[in-house]
Ligand binder design. Structure first.
Ligand code: FAD
Length: 457
């Protein structure tokens, strides 16, 4: 009987898994996950994501066991480990999902070369980590879309493949050695409020979202306190949910909420097709404005205040404290925190992107770096000088100050929207907030750096 390896990477699920289905068609499989030392040495192994990953691997192993199989875990260089397992088991084929970062692209090339040198074949499946494959739709004169709206138009017209349920039975080759599954326990620096990982948790959240959340998404997605978004991002990042399935299910739900949600899923694919075509955009300006950014060294105190959530701008501080506590921030909070760092403090977007990646459970090279670039004005935004004013934005998206009071206890006693400008409080109200810092920068001073051609939101 033929034996094939299924190399799981950012697709830690059994539902709608094209590599697994293709391998099962050919015979017995070896479901393999390699704890890639390359990821750790690139500084990408953040505690929150390691904890979520541990949940995902345990759940994947349970799902495989329920179907007669199990997960094989190895550690080391991914190419070496896959080749070792292939030699041990005489697997002729390896199936895996395509991915977009420079690291993933290089991993794929190295793996293909190493396997072919031994007479084996690598099959890379697209539409596993995206709904529409990078490069599947392109404008006439380029290899990728640099503007979202025309991309979205084409993306919406792509006919997606079906998204089948998990196989009932999974025949796994006996006798292949595995390390123990990693565990959450013992990991240092994990956020207290971190969500649970794994396909089971992801599918439960998805079912709840389709039942109770998606209908009001259009109206509620920008309400900072209302928490009216799906919180599915970590599941999309680790692939415990399939983007193709999500698009089908949202289309099935229908209505303006589902439309707005689909648009966000398209944003995810949009950034992935940009990164696939321009992998250097993970670290270099996509469209440079020749900024002379302040750096972590030259703006040390400001950067520290931003990271600690002590800038004196309550909505920024609330977002940064949510990040530390949950390993996740509401999208509007991310936008505000990124605008404040890059446009108001004029600090290099890479400083912020790096810090987000240290903590975000959904921390993802494509979505994180390209959203940071979008906000910094070096990415795909057609209004690169856009500045988000934290006071007016807070009044709009946290009108009663509920979000701020939730995350900034020093301001918990301040009622109503005046919580957004504690420096204006007088008398006993002011005294009650004395533990909260004064603003580290005047907004006008920050904004003045962008006097020319500035847009204010
Ligand atoms: P929902 O509003 O429910 O949206 C559904 C899904 O659409 C999300 O789960 C996500 O996969 C996708 N999505 C939504 N908005 C975007 C967007 N602007 N770009 C790409 N995909 C999007 N998202 C990440 O997944 N990982 C990151 O590392 C990341 N870093 C970000 C950094 C900054 C500075 C900004 C402004 C945004 C970042 N985002 C990132 C995008 C977005 O903020 C999150 O995807 C979203 O907040 C996740 O919450 P949700 O699942 O409830 O989203």
């Amino acid at each position: 009987m033929n034996v094939s390896i299924v190399l799981f990477t950012a697709d830690l699920r059994l539902h709608d898994h094209p590599p697994l289905r293709a391998a099962l068609k050919a015979g017995e499989v070896i479901p393999l996950f390699v704890r890639d030392t390359g990821v750790a040495s690139a500084g990408f192994a953040a505690p929150n994501r390691l904890a979520f990953l541990a949940d995902c691997l345990r759940d994947l192993d349970s799902g495989l066991r329920e179907r007669g199989g199990r997960l094989i875990v190895r550690s080391g260089d991914v190419v070496e480990e896959v080749c070792k397992v292939a030699t041990e088991t005489d697997a002729r084929e390896v199936h895996m999902a395509g991915d977009v970062s420079a690291y993933a692209q290089l991993r794929e090339q190295r793996l293909r070369r190493a396997l072919e040198a031994e007479g084996r074949r690598l099959h890379v499946h697209d539409t596993v980590t995206t709904a529409v494959a990078p490069g599947a739709v392109t404008p006439a004169a380029s290899d990728h879309f640099a503007v979202f709206t025309p991309y979205y138009r084409q993306w919406s017209g792509v006919r997606l493949r079906a998204a089948p349920a998990a196989p009932r039975e999974i025949r796994v080759l006996d006798g292949v050695g595995s390390e123990q599954l990693p565990a959450r326990t013992g990991l240092q620096g994990v956020s207290e409020g971190l969500a649970e990982g794994g396909e089971t948790a992801g599918r439960e959240r998805l079912a709840r979202w389709l039942r109770t959340g998606i209908t009001s998404y259009e109206d509620r997605h920008d309400d900072l306190a209302g928490d009216g978004t799906s919180r599915l991002s970590p599941h999309l990042h680790f692939g415990t949910l399939s983007p193709v399935e999500l698009v089908h299910r949202a289309r099935g739900a229908g209505g303006p909420g589902a439309e707005a949600f689909l648009r966000q899923l398209a944003w995810r694919d949009f950034h992935r097709q940009v990164l696939a075509a321009r992998p250097a955009a993970a670290t270099a300006d996509y469209r440079t404005k020749r900024d002379r950014w302040r750096t972590e060294r030259t703006a040390h105190e400001d950067v520290r205040a931003w990271k600690e959530g002590r800038t004196g701008y309550p909505v920024i501080d609330a977002a940064m404290r949510q990040l530390r506590h949950e390993g996740w921030i509401h999208n509007r909070g991310r936008l505000l925190a990124a605008s404040f760092l890059t446009k108001t403090l004029y600090v290099d977007w890479r400083v912020g992107a790096r810090y987000f990646l240290e903590l975000l459970v959904d921390g993802d090279v494509a979505s994180n770096q390209l959203n940071w670039q979008w906000m910094a004005g070096t990415g795909t935004d057609s209004r690169p000088n856009r500045v988000l004013n934290p006071v007016t934005q807070a009044s709009r998206y946290d009108p009663d100050g509920v979000y701020v009071r939730r995350w900034v206890p020093e301001l918990a006693a301040v009622e109503g929207p005046s919580v957004h400008q504690p420096w204006k409080l007088k008398g006993p109200d002011r005294a009650a907030t004395e533990d909260y810092p004064d603003p580290i920068v005047e907004l006008s001073a920050g904004l003045a750096r962008f006097r020319r051609g500035r847009d204010r939101d």
